[in-house]
Design a protein around this ligand. Structure first.
Ligand code: ZN
Length: 170
């Protein structure tokens, strides 16, 4: 690993520890030329196997893009999408496998998305599970209602949408 300060090609590891419950290794390195220290992080490459058999590296951005489409016109901001993608990655990584079929990425999205926004969830699920009839939607909506009824979290008013007080400008 090249030194980020002087570009020297050689460095030595002075400390190495597991982080994220063993999902990653962080190494403290010392440059043998300038003596400065820097940190590197090593994570397992998570490969997604597409239906065609082609594999590509798992990407949170791709999850965000896929879900954003389903969230059009819904009160879901970018932070929420990023958090969702992070949860998806964590749940996939926690399975401890190096490769995952792309449809299982979709599966991992469904749970967090359902908590995030029911309408976006239905849109995503309808494509992902290729709903072919109204009955498919009806069944999914019934499940969704049940899940909402069963949740203890109150469905409060939308947050962060208070308009600025116009009375300030007299
Ligand atoms: Zn250096």
């Amino acid at each position: 690993m090249r030194c980020p300060f002087c570009r020297h090609a050689d460095s030595r590891v002075v400390d190495s520890r597991e982080v994220d419950e063993g999902q990653a290794i962080r190494r403290r390195r010392s440059c043998s030329e300038c003596g400065r220290r820097f940190t590197t992080s090593e994570t397992m490459v998570l490969a997604v196997v597409k239906r065609s058999g082609v594999t590509e590296q798992f990407s949170r951005d791709k999850v965000v893009r896929g879900v954003r489409r389903a969230c059009q016109g819904r009160p879901v901001d970018d932070d929420a999408l990023q958090q969702l993608a992070q949860r998806v990655e964590e749940s996939i990584r926690s399975a401890g496998v190096a490769e995952i079929p792309s449809h299982e990425v979709g599966l991992a999205i469904l749970g967090p998305l359902r908590e995030l926004d029911g309408v976006a969830y239905l849109r995503f699920a309808s494509v992902y599970r290729s709903f072919s009839s109204i009955e498919d939607f009806e069944k999914e909506i019934a499940d969704l209602r049940e899940a909402i009824a069963g949740s203890t979290e109150p469905d409060g008013a939308p947050e962060g949408r208070e308009p600025e007080d116009p009375k300030d400008t007299e």
